[in-house]
Design a protein. Sequence first.
Length: 1007
Amino acid sequence: MSKQRSCSVLHLLLLLLLFLVLNFRSSQAQLLPDDEVQILRQISSKLNIREWNVSSNSCTGEGLINIYNRTSLSNVTCDCTFNGSTICHVTRIELKALDINGELPVEFANLTFLSAIDLARNYFSGSIPREWASLPLVLLGLLGNRIGGTIPREIGSIRTLQELVLQDNNLGGPLPRELGNLVNLRRILLTGNNFTGVLPDTFGNLRNLADFRIDGNSFSGRIPDFIGNWTRMDRLEMQGTSMEGPIPSSLSLLRNITQLRISDLNIANMPFPDLRNLTSLTDLVLRNCSIIGQIPPYIGERIRNIKRLDLSFNRLTGTIPGSMDTLTNLQFMYLTNNLLTGPVSQWLQATTFNFDISYNNFTGEVTSNCQTNNLNKIAIYSSPEDNPRINWCFKKDLPCPEKSSHYEMFINCGGQRVTFDRKQYEQETAEMSPSSFSVEDKWAISSTGDFLGNDRAAFIARTERADEDIYSTARLAPLSLKYYGRCLRKGSYTVKLHFAEIMLTTDLSNNIRGRRIFDVYIQGDKVLTDFNIAEEAGGIRKGIVKEYKNVTVTGSTLEIHLYWSGKGTTSLPVIGTYGPLISAISVTPNFDPSTGLSAGAIAGIVVGSFVAVLLILAVLWKMGYLCGDAEDKELRSLEMQTGYFTLRQIKAATGNFDPANKIGEGGFGPVYKGVLSDGSIIAVKQLSAKSKQGNREFVNEIGMLSALQHPHLVRLHGCCIEGHQLLLIYEYMENNSLARALFGKRREDQSLNLDWPTRLKICLGIAKGLAYLHEESVLKIVHRDMKATNVLLDEDLTAKISDFGLAKLDEEENTHISTRIAGTIGYMAPEYAMRGYLTEKADVYSFGVVALEIVSGKSNTNYRPKDEFVYLLDWAYVLQEQGNLLDLVDPSLGTKYSKKEALKMLNIGLLCSNPSPTLRPAMSAVVSMLEGHIPVQAPLVVRGSMTDHMRLKAFEKLSQDSQTQSSNYSHDSQTPDLSMDGPWVDSSVSLQGNKNRDSSSSKLLSN
């Protein structure tokens, strides 16, 4: 008995010993190596993650605090199976929606076992570290940040990578070919960036791809045939990519695909693609692809699981196939804006789902009324207006069912009745859906589309932090939003569209999350392309008004159409945040509503007046008061989008050109301030008419300016040509020129607050204006005299480029040599000043000089810190070489500026003013640099060469000549102090060999 008891005690002792050993081993197990502990501490300190308390025991849950809730996630995952389960390594880091700022940590590259990085929905900036390419990553997720630059080609060496999620950032440039080496990739999400170029042919190697999304980029070329290699594809999205059609036939090989979305292709027309083998499709979007022909019957016969079908904004003809009646899962169908015919099927009229068949050519009768919340049928008939059996809303052009009596409307989109600018804006709070139409007395509204990935998204946005009540609400739509002015009287109207971005933020600050981009049409004409509210307004919750005069109503309906073309971000701040948005609309007449004249009487008066004007003009021309034959032909050949002013109007506005109203003096003549009879303030440039050459320059300036309208160009209101008077009428710029604001003689009460954000805004505005002139306008224009005096500032200190009288159209295809060099000493590019070689890179050089002036507050031609330095630019080269470039910053700013932004702008200035034109960036690239979309490479400038010495001596000689001319000009001028007081001061020098040099007027700026 005692023996058995002894055995039992022995067993218990052995079990206890085993427990102690195991407990000891477990206490020593799962330790995180010291180097990884230090790396995590560095990362947490750099990113200011206070919740982390990293230690060697973090992987046991004792030290590292994880955050899990509905909106945020902070998690570090370890693998503790190493070295007999005694050592742990960090394998996964997730930091989601934590509002983290700063650049992406290069230190991640030192966590050599890291296989997943997910940093979605933060404020990370900078570029993707190429050092990360050394990691065995399976997932790289950076969705919804502010990451710029390009994708490092080194990423193509991460052969383990399966998911590359870079959606909704500021990445740009072409996609690296090396990404085609990632043969294990299953997902590539690049939507909502600024990528360019063609899809690399190496992408044909990615045969494991199941999810490929590139919406909202700026690619070029056709959709490639190699997409047929992606036979495992489940989701393919190419909306708003700027790519060309047609859709390749190889698409039919993607038999496993369930979601296919392609939109807004650049092509004249294309047939309906053959999709008969894609029987697993649940979502099919082929929107605005210029598809012609009929809807194939295999949709419904072979493809039976469709839930969402969008074939809108094409040119489809024929009837809706009866086979579509069998689509029992169909919830959303959009066929709007096609050419479909035949009767509207009964199954369509009886649907309870969201169908939009508006704007087609159907026949027959519709039994329902106009206002519906799930079946949009407006303008579906081609029947004549006098057909009494068809309701007005189903007819083309939405004719008024009674007498057209309205002449104005004010709508508070998405909000209650509100008073704004002394006008009552009507309530507009209709319950809209993916395919709905709502009617009020003076107006109607139509909405099309559902928010992808967010079925619960509202169609009205609200904020409690708007500056004005009218901007506290807004109406939005996923795809298409139309407002109609109903029963309007025929005539000309002014339309004002009020916008404020009140959705793209998640906190109480003004931090913007994402980019909302859409187009706007009025009466079918596109008036805004790729419109970005926050960018135009200068931030979140800031109102901006777009005004359009002379909008003509010839029937009785005014249509305002807002359309999403696939651009911008789609998942910030949450999934499904995109599409057009508008706060308010006002429509007012340009005629006197109280007149009782009929349309016929008005037409008669117009015709009679027109004939009378022609007779008067003929008499004046005969008497020699109008232009000569050759000049008259030149003027008539111009299609000027300007108004015409009489000499009597201009004399009354300027007090008969009273010297007291003179605000400037230029090489082309004086500039006067004027006030029209309606109170509008204008600036009148009085051009010299002493020679036909002057008239030709006048014609040239009108022709160019009338074709150019941009937020950062001085607007031309009109002109006056009477007798020997040649006048241009511009918008008046309240704050004069940038030169006066930066370094002019100012009294205290005249000084402007050019703080750092304002200077950055001005610099970006100038860059955008030049980019428009060089690359975006119909005419390719080189300014030739870009300088601070030719940059004017309005009441909000918005920069606008002026004086295109010296600009020259680049019309020759094979030469850029100009026989007349027009420009300003200190701003002219070397190749232009010395050889007459003129390209848009000459303007880039001048912009670089102006950028340095904006940062430094010093004039390039007047600032000379030491005798051996000729210009401010020369001194900047020295400081850059010494690493002291920030010494150039205007001392008046004190410490109230961003050193990072200042250094970026200075480097951009030096990059643009590179002596070699081929090394200067295009102005569109400069805009991207200033906006942070692409990185700025600090220029490497080596001074001291003989070439540089000779160049500086040459410019010094030119500067001395210029100063001599300046002295003569100031001595002779009636207004010697106008160089800083008038916006249109021409301080340019025209060089044509040696001749005409003495006659060129030049006035250098002085502090």
